[in-house]
Design a protein around this ligand. Structure first.
Ligand code: NI
Length: 136
């Protein structure tokens, strides 16, 4: 059977601060520059969730994109949208909320709720020009 990849785009706004708690503000500024601003800053994150698998012969689908939309809403948009990631999101209490780490957290959350026979790839845009991807 042909293996096909289906994609769903989503969006959330969130604030973060890129810093290490065990470093001084000066050292954080040296390493992370303005991203370490103690007063936080925000991004308009654009997310692409891609699922690869065989087409189901009964439905003609690789995955129901309406169902994927709901899973992204439940696992990503509701917990992350309009939140301060450092302060309000449990996964980042002890993990720096860089785009890289956010991408892995999203992958792990979706991996738990999407069947194992499907491959997942997460692409996360932090700005229109800066983006990261992770596929496990
Ligand atoms: Ni930032």
């Amino acid at each position: 059977m042909p293996r096909v990849t289906v994609h769903r785009k989503a969006h959330f706004n969130a604030a973060h601060r890129i810093y290490r708690k065990d470093w001084s503000d000066d050292k954080n500024f040296d390493v992370f520059s303005k991203c370490s601003n103690p007063h936080y800053h925000g991004h308009n994150y654009e997310l692409i969730v891609s699922l690869t698998g065989e087409i189901d012969q009964e439905t003609g689908y690789v995955y129901d994109l309406g169902k994927l939309k709901e899973l992204i809403k439940q696992e990503v948009e509701e917990p992350f949208d309009h939140k301060n990631l450092n302060v309000e999101v449990e996964e980042f209490k002890d993990l720096i909320p860089t785009a890289e780490n956010i991408c892995v957290v999203i992958y792990n959350k979706l991996r738990k709720v999407i069947a194992d026979h499907l491959d997942i790839k997460i692409t996360l845009y932090e700005t229109p020009r800066n983006f990261v991807s992770f596929e496990g």
